[in-house]
Design a protein around this ligand. Structure first.
Ligand code: ZN
Length: 131
């Protein structure tokens, strides 16, 4: 058994109270950036941006709004998940009915070598609830 602690846990409070937090330093992430974000009613990400190397996935947690990519605009709502290539010119705006809450995950495009099916390894140890 490893003596190295293999995890970090933080409690960041109510998601509804967060305007933006980036978890990289908090969780010592090494392969991705994860942020939790909230746009107020009718608020917008204040710029269109691309990335040099990272693709992004936006997971809409609540609210609704409009996503912009490369000149196209489409509605998003709770449950919408948007993947954007690094070169995609992107922006997002909240609707007028309340805040738009979302998680953004970014990782280097084409860096994933394997998925859970090939990377996960079932172990023989068990938590108390799996007896
Ligand atoms: Zn970005």
């Amino acid at each position: 058994m490893s003596t190295k602690r293999n995890y970090d846990v933080v409690q960041i409070g109510r998601i509804a109270d967060i305007s933006r937090t980036v978890l990289n330093e908090t969780l010592a992430l090494t392969g991705s950036e994860v942020s939790i974000n909230q746009l107020p009613s009718s608020g917008s990400i204040p710029f269109v941006h691309t990335h040099k190397e990272n693709e992004e996935v936006y997971l809409i947690l609540s609210g609704d709004g409009v996503f912009y990519i490369d000149g196209e605009e489409f509605p998003v709502t709770e449950g919408s998940i948007i993947r954007v290539d690094p070169s995609g010119e992107r922006c997002m705006k909240a609707g007028s009915n309340g805040p738009l809450r979302f998680i953004c995950i970014q990782a280097k495009a084409n860096s994933l070598k394997q998925h859970t099916r090939n990377d996960g390894q079932i172990q023989g140890t068990k938590p108390s609830w799996l007896n």
